[in-house]
Design a protein. Structure first.
Ligand code: NAD
Length: 469
């Protein structure tokens, strides 16, 4: 793609934004409703495309993509009016008579770059937030899920206002060409390495951005937990999308007294969910491409899996696999696994667990199974992560009312629900003053009497008093 092929799209979007079309709440609602119609009318096309990209079942696509997105649209429509309300502030006497307020204002023309692992969700969820906030949007889906990318391009082009929303398909070259342009906000989901490149491209134009990155999410299973339920939930969350989930539990830290029980229950859950041979299950997806398949095969090198471990390069199949005897020094513990391999590490004391987590980079989520409130509080208080989910996994990201995002190495900024609306808005302050009275007090010349009077009038004058009493 040549650079001048991008520019006409952007010029149109910029013009639409400058004409204030997207500021109208009616326009925003109409686009959100049109997006919902797209998800309803094209549900089968979307499910087929995601299936063609990595053999995900229609039920899983509904759960993690279309169903979730429809809920997000509904939530935005329900709250849009209250989110857009101006906030009045009190105005000190010295500035009276006046009215001060700030309102959320859209950034302008924003760029959303999505990743392949939830190819609809990671483009459309930020799009919902960006539209609710009144922006014009360029969406760049991932080239690694090409079927879904073309459904997005075709669908958005058909259902949404093309003068305000544009989809640019393509890979690295197209993404780089887009980043040469000046956007008013960039929302990126993907790896750390590319995140750094996106951030330095954004810096060239001083463009603010959000980075939704990955990391190694630990799952702690304490001595005081219902092991059978924990096992089923862990297996579900880990092998959903064949482990290719940024929020998947990367590894399990289990109390040594419950390790055997957990391993056996997890193996039982794998058979319950996917049968004796998961390769034959219509509910078990494949690895997205050869590169990631070989990466996972390499991670398996040197291990004799406790369960699973079968692979098939022709199908990019990697069985749900449990690894025992892993230590925090093992190669598999040095980077995000992003596939269906689950290391299990036993611990004696909670302090060891906190130590492992604190020494690692900040994950997107920490999971904890424990019915001990003291343990729950300690883990939440003494660790850092984008989010925490206690006695379950992933569902904290399914709640539209909870902000979703990372911290430190798992990224920065958040979205979903109000957090998404706020990410794509900035607070614009307005002070409206009366022209009269217009006392000479603020104007020079500043006599010593005037200066002393000014000091007394100024709002900062009484800080000391406030804190002394
Ligand atoms: P990917 O390869 O699909 O890349 C993401 C996007 O970046 C694509 O649209 C791609 O075209 C674009 N891109 C690639 N190279 C680029 C470059 N040099 N400049 C600009 N854009 C470029 O996805 P990935 O990077 O393999 O993503 C996997 C990672 O994403 C994992 O670490 C995962 O944990 C993380 N992830 C995070 C979240 C989250 O919400 N925090 C969600 C999903 C995935």
């Amino acid at each position: 793609m040549q650079k001048d092929q991008v520019l006409p799209e952007l010029a149109l979007l910029r013009e639409t934004f400058q004409h204030g079309i997207t500021l109208d709440l009616k326009w925003r609602r109409s686009q959100l409703l049109a997006l919902d119609t797209f998800l309803v009318e094209r549900e089968k096309d979307i499910a087929d495309a995601v299936h063609d990209d990595f053999r995900k079942s229609a039920a899983e696509t509904f759960l993690t993509e279309t169903g979730y997105l429809r809920g997000e649209i509904r939530f935005a429509l329900k709250h849009l009016k209250s989110w857009t309300k101006p906030h009045r502030v009190s105005v000190p006497l010295i500035y009276q008579p006046a009215k001060g307020y700030y309102s959320p204002a859209p950034y302008g023309v924003v760029l959303i770059i999505g990743a392949w692992n939830y190819p609809m969700n990671l483009c459309i969820a930020p799009l919902i937030s960006a539209l609710a906030a009144g922006n014009c949007v360029v969406v760049k889906p991932s080239e690694h899920a090409p079927h879904t990318s073309s459904v997005i391009a075709e669908g958005l082009g058909h259902y949404l206002d093309r003068s305000a929303i544009s989809v640019i398909e393509g890979g690295v070259e197209e993404a780089k060409a887009l980043l040469e342009e000046r956007f008013d906000y960039i929302f990126y989901t993907g790896s750390h390495a590319v995140g750094r490149e996106v951030m330095s491209a954004a810096a060239r134009h001083l463009t603010p951005l959000t980075l939704e990155l990955g990391g190694k999410c630990p799952c702690i299973v304490d001595e005081n937990s219902d092991i059978r339920v924990a096992a089923r939930r862990i297996v579900w969350a880990k092998f959903l999308n064949a482990g290719q989930t940024c929020l998947a539990p990367d590894y399990v830290l289990v109390h040594e007294n419950r390790e055997d029980e957990l391993l056996l229950s997890m193996r039982e859950a794998i058979t319950d969910f996917y049968g004796d041979d998961p390769r034959l299950s219509p509910d078990y997806p494949r690895i997205i491409n050869e590169k990631h398949f070989h990466r996972l095969e390499t991670l398996l090198d040197g291990f004799s899996p406790w369960s699973g471990g079968e692979t098939d390069p022709d199908e990019h199949y990697v069985a749900p696999t449990i690894l025992r005897g892993v230590t925090s020094m093992s190669a598999i513990m040095q980077s995000e696994i992003f596939g269906p391999l689950l290391p299990v590490i036993a611990f004696k004391e909670l302090e060891e667990v906190l130590d492992i987590i604190r020494r690692a980079k900040e994950p997107l989520a920490i999971y904890l199974f424990s019915s001990d409130r003291h343990v729950q509080e300690r883990v939440v208080r003494l660790s850092r992560s984008g989010g925490v989910c206690i006695n379950d996994l992933l569902f904290h990201a399914a709640l539209h009312a909870l902000p979703f995002g990372g911290i430190g190495s798992s990224g920065f900024g958040a979205y979903h629900g109000r957090a998404g609306f706020e990410t794509f808005s900035f607070k614009r302050s307005v002070l409206k003053r009366a022209l009269y009275p217009d006392p000479s007090l603020r104007y020079p010349p500043y006599s010593s009497r005037k200066f002393s009077f000014l000091r007394r009038l100024f709002p900062g004058w009484s800080i000391g008093k406030l804190f002394l009493h």
